[in-house]
Design a protein around this ligand. Structure first.
Ligand code: PHE
Length: 354
């Protein structure tokens, strides 16, 4: 066989061995066997030149050089390939390092409004109240008329009602006048109209809307309404209930005080203040140095309201109250601006986590 034919066989042999290389050890063996300085298979090829007939020497020399280049390049490429594999493997090992400290899962938190609302619900549940709900889009009847707000009574304006655009039929007739409820009191009406008979004891938490927007007011906020109707309920029952409620919501040493007030649907009516939680009644910036915080409106349900809902006012009496949830949350978590509650900034939730 010619010397150049030998070279072709050598190349084939190399190619077979190279393609069988899977790890660093096999690669090392391949490298030593072919290009090793001492006994590499390619080492003596040039030395064989003297045995080649002179007219073939040029071709032979060139073929040897091509083979060397091929072998060297392939060995180098294999090196690069192996190195990449080794790196990937070492990364996998690091990812499984069992000595690293564990990662804490980040748990979600309930919103302060939800926390306070749930606490209020559970306090009243213990006092025998159940939860009722009503629609946020209301009509004039449930939000005002049935609550004894006469038509065009200025009280409707004091609540800065947000009215919805009235739908118009093809023949021009206007749909019902709808509004975003300005308080949770319409749920009182829906409860009384929907129930067969007293005794009734419900609380109604929910969103309410008014055209009002400053540091302490947002166009959407949250109230809880309470309603109790039974035979012989008195103003004293209401006061006792609210006192027990406030002591549980804030702290056992919280006092309440009632100031005369007016609501069209209660008579007599009162506003309820509680001992300022921030200064315990001493007077501070939160309570404008009064020692008290206003949190509730309440009163005995006006007999006209009972009558309008089909409840005999000669037999039954009742009381109602309304409480701002946002105020309580702001106070409890020291939030100076009501908007912070509705901006969805995750940092707020991290701060209220208990
Ligand atoms: N609905 C009243 C308000 O939003 C609060 C209230 C409720 C007062 C029930 C008395 C009784 O201002």
């Amino acid at each position: 066989m010619s010397a150049t034919g030998d070279l072709a066989n050598l190349q084939k042999e190399f190619e077979q061995q190279a393609s069988a290389v899977v790890g660093r050890e096999a690669w090392d063996a391949l490298r030593i066997a072919w290009v090793g300085r001492k006994q590499g298979k390619l080492k003596d090829l040039m030395a064989r030149m003297k045995d080649i007939p002179p007219e073939e020497r040029r071709d032979y020399g060139q073929a040897v050089n091509r083979l060397k280049t091929t072998v060297e390049q392939r060995i180098q490429a294999l090196d690069v390939e192996l190195e990449a594999k080794e790196k990937a493997a070492s990364r996998t090992v690091t990812a499984l390092d069992v000595t690293l400290p564990g990662r804490k899962p980040s748990l979600g938190t309930l919103h302060p409004i939800t926390l306070v609302a749930r606490q209020i619900e559970s306090i009243f549940a213990e006092l025998g109240y159940s939860v009722a709900e009503g629609p946020e889009i209301e009509d004039d009847y449930h939000n005002f008329e049935a609550l004894n707000f006469p038509p065009d009574h200025p009280a409707r304006e004091t609540q800065d009602t947000l009215f919805l655009e009235r739908a118009q039929a093809d023949d021009g007739t206007l749909g019902p006048k709808l509004l975003l409820r300005t308080h949770t009191s319409p749920v009182q009406i829906r409860t009384m109209l929907g129930r067969e008979k007293p005794p009734i004891r419900v609380i109604c938490p929910g969103r309410v809307y008014r055209n009002d927007n400053d540091l302490r007011h947002s166009p959407m906020f949250h109230q809880v309404e309470g309603l109790a109707i039974a035979e012989g309920l008195t103003f004293g029952d209401m006061k006792g209930t609210l006192d027990a409620f406030c002591k549980r919501l804030f702290s056992a040493d919280t006092d309440i005080r009632l100031r005369p007030s007016f609501f069209p649907f209660t008579e007599p009516s009162a506003e309820v203040d509680v001992t300022c939680a921030a200064c315990k009644g001493k007077g501070c910036a939160t309570c404008s140095d009064t020692g008290w915080m206003e949190i509730l409106g309440c009163g005995m349900v006006d007999p006209r309201v009972l009558e309008g809902c089909g409840i005999d006012p000669d037999r039954y009496s009742g009381y109602a109250f309304g409480l701002g949830i946002d105020r309580v949350a702001m106070n409890r978590y020291n939030i100076p601006n009501i908007r912070v509650l509705f901006e969805n900034d995750e940092r707020l939730l991290r701060q209220v986590r208990t």
